[in-house]
Design a protein around this ligand. Structure first.
Ligand code: ADQ
Length: 469
């Protein structure tokens, strides 16, 4: 069997303690590589004054990793610049927050070149290379320019934007063309895949969409397909029965003191719809005085990308908004909103999820959203909570038995919370059983196996023919 090399911006498998850095990609990849003899290559997260191109190999949380240090200029232009100030907002439909500068573009190319140069000596002829996410779109082009002939796949963890939006990005054609240097390009949802095909068929020279996801353009051919990501459901179930998860669960139940708990768990990111969620909760409180004192919202929002202005601004606004809600509604013995910025261990989170009556997952745009799946996986089958899920999370394409809401409508979200709180046990169980079945069936191993076997075996004959030429 070929060795798998995974390449991503950051390499941060959670330690065996489960403390890990927040982030769906890290959770999913370490679960996928742990039992594999594969290699995970990427940026260490550290910067050095002068770039050396030296790799350090380590074993972290059971995974072999190869780490590269970058320079401060790389961090500013590539990571904080092109990746998080340009592509992230654009791909999440926030063109108002897009900041494009040529130096970002240059930093993005430079770092992709550095990745290719340092990865090159580690590649054996029959390795499969799997590149992750928007930070590394041009990597296949850079590798091929250095003579790499291996099969290379790409998976996009975030949404693919609508055609007209993408066209606002300078050099968007070049970016899309570089995806045609991969053999297989994977998306989270059918919707994202369709948006990609829509761009290619309308705007790429010589474009042709053939059956089975084969796409031709720029004189090249690729295979484009959705591979919805999942969680490591088995590992999560084991975590749930750990002593720490149970301790946290009991502590939460005690601290609820008979009140219903609504729960949000997110990175502090404008794509997650936190301001809109707080507004919806405020609407619920304003319209239902009888609920005062009988419920609360626990919002865990771990700080993220706090070197980027838009994240600092959001943090300030959320501090104000949470203060206003508590100022307006709290009483001496009731705090309606518990707003927490610190990260929690996975086992602690599992216990917290289990004690929540409503899981609020209301991003304005999200590639998939693993919190929705973790919340479902953590529920007590005899008395499960209700998932309120944004129609704009990729997860909504699969998780139709959740209460699906429009996160831009405070009334819609507030009514769904109300409905969830009043939902009879029988309906809660019926919905949860259907959701849990999907979370178990479509887990992270299936995601990895589907992608890797498609990359290695199942490419359409026409692509195999192309390779033979
Ligand atoms: P993220 O935007 O990071 O991931 P998500 O899928 O929700 O979003 O994953 C978040 C992960 O971080 C979850 O595993 C969650 O448990 C963890 N986490 C969140 N808050 C935490 C906290 N306070 N403490 C500890 N852990 C916390 C990107 C895309 C998503 C896509 C994933 C995977 O933006 O759309 O689902 O990659 O492809």
């Amino acid at each position: 069997m070929s060795r798998l090399i995974v390449v991503s911006n950051r390499v941060n498998p959670p330690a065996d303690t489960g403390v890990g850095t927040a982030g769906g990609l890290a959770m999913a990849l370490s679960a996928a590589l742990r039992e594999d003899k594969g290699l995970w290559f990427g940026w260490s997260g550290n910067t050095v004054e002068h770039y050396t191109g030296q790799i350090s190999m380590q074993k972290v949380g059971g995974v072999t990793v190869a780490l590269l240090d970058l320079e401060p200029q790389d961090q500013n232009e590539y990571y904080n610049g092109y990746a998080n100030r340009t592509l992230w907002p654009l791909f999440h439909y926030r063109s108002d927050l897009v900041n494009y500068e040529r130096s970002f573009d240059e930093g993005y190319s430079r770092v992709n070149t550095r990745f290719a140069e340092t990865l090159l000596p580690l590649i054996a002829p029959d390795d499969l290379i799997w590149v992750q996410d928007y930070h590394l779109i041009p990597l296949a082009r850079e590798l091929q320019a250095r003579g790499v002939k291996n099969r290379i796949g790409f998976f996009l963890h975030i949404p693919w934007p609508a055609r007209r939006l993408l066209k606002t990005l300078p050099k968007h054609g070049e970016l899309v063309e570089s995806l045609f240097d991969y053999d297989l390009v994977g998306f989270q949802t059918e919707d994202d895949c369709e948006a990609f095909v829509d761009f290619v068929t309308h705007d790429a020279p010589g474009a042709e969409a053939l059956p089975d996801g084969i796409l031709r353009a720029w004189g090249k051919q690729i295979f484009a397909k959705p591979f919805p990501i999942g969680i490591d459901a088995q590992d999560f179930a084991d975590t749930l029965t750990s002593e720490r998860a149970e301790t946290f669960h009991r502590a939460m139940i005690r601290s609820q003191a008979g009140r219903k708990m609504l729960l949000g768990v997110d990175r502090l990111d404008y794509s997650k719809g936190l301001e809109e969620r707080f507004s919806a909760y405020e609407t619920l409180l304003a319209n239902n005085p009888g609920m005062h004192g009988n419920l609360f919202l626990l919002q865990i929002a771990t700080l993220s990308r706090d070197e980027v202005d838009a994240y600092q601004d959001l943090r300030n606004r959320l501090d104000t908004q949470s203060g206003q809600i508590n100022g307006a509604y709290a009483t001496v013995d009731w705090v309606p909103l518990r707003y927490v910025n610190r990260p929690y261990r996975r086992d602690e989170l599992a216990g917290i999820y289990r004690s929540a009556d409503i899981g609020l997952v209301t991003p304005l745009r999200d590639g998939m959203n693993l919190v929705a799946k973790e919340y479902v996986a953590a529920q007590d089958p005899a008395n499960p909570g209700v998932l309120v899920l944004s129609q704009f999370a990729g997860a909504a394409e699969q998780m139709k038995e959740a209460l699906i809401v429009n996160p831009f409508s405070r009334e819609d979200v507030s009514e769904a919370i109300h409905r969830g709180l009043a939902m009879p046990l029988r309906e809660r169980r019926r919905r949860w059983e259907a959701l849990y079945d999907k979370v178990l069936t479509n887990d992270v191993s299936k995601w990895r196996d589907d992608f890797v076997s498609c990359l290695s075996d199942c490419l359409p004959a026409t692509v195999a023919e192309k390779e033979a030429v």
